[in-house]
Design a protein around this ligand. Structure first.
Ligand code: IMP
Ligand code: MG
Length: 186
């Protein structure tokens, strides 16, 4: 997918994303390599998908992979505020280290909901690794342990991030062209 057809401004290039994956993967390896308990990397679908697969190439650890499908947007450009767990993870988490992998943390409500659930299920530790942080959008107090990069308060698409379920397969991240949002709304 050619990004220039869809984005009016690129905020994070393909090369920057790959450098982030390498740096973060190495940090996670360093921080978790001596853990005795099992590690689960928990991806939040669908946005985590390209990031999680690139990130894990740089995680030199023995780990489980699991997913949760959580949704907060319903085709729009702003979170509905109501977080739904559409599909739960499969593995038990009690006593395990859980690393949540997310495409973007905006208000923080999605991650907070998942965190509360994992705490209730008695995870040994809960860590957040996000590719993008949008701290301007925060409504709950939350600071991810691993942050790829920060973006200004704009709606963005690409590399897992969608608008109305589209454009997740762009290899970089940026601000969509105006006509793209209007066209999809028609
Ligand atoms: P939060 O609950 O407000 O932190 O929102 C997190 C979720 O909203 C992310 O997992 C994304 O799926 C979605 N989201 C937040 N900001 C954007 C954006 O700029 N573009 C596309 N999706 C976004
Ligand atoms: Mg998401």
């Amino acid at each position: 997918m050619k990004s220039e057809n869809y984005l009016k401004e690129v905020l994070v290039t393909k090369e920057e994303i790959q450098a982030i994956c390498e740096r973060m993967g190495k940090e996670i390896t360093r921080d978790f390599k001596d853990k005795e308990e099992r590690i689960i990397v928990l991806g939040l679908l669908k946005g985590c998908q390209p990031f999680m697969s690139d990130l894990l190439k740089f995680c030199d650890l023995t780990l489980e992979i699991d997913y949760m499908d959580v949704s907060s947007y319903e085709g729009g450009t702003e979170s509905t505020g109501e977080i739904k767990i559409l599909s739960d993870m499969k593995s038990p988490v009690k006593g395990k280290h859980v690393i949540i992998v997310e495409d973007i943390v905006d208000s923080g409500r999605t991650i907070k909901k998942v965190q509360d659930l994992l705490e209730f299920r008695e995870a040994k530790s809960i860590t957040i690794a996000t590719l993008i942080d949008k701290p301007s959008g925060r409504t709950v107090e939350l600071v991810p342990e691993y942050i790829g990069t920060e973006v200004p308060p704009a709606f963005i698409i690409g590399y897992g991030l969608d608008y109305d379920e589209l454009y997740r397969n762009l290899d970089c991240i940026g601000i969509p062209k105006d006509e793209l949002i209007k066209e999809s709304n028609e």
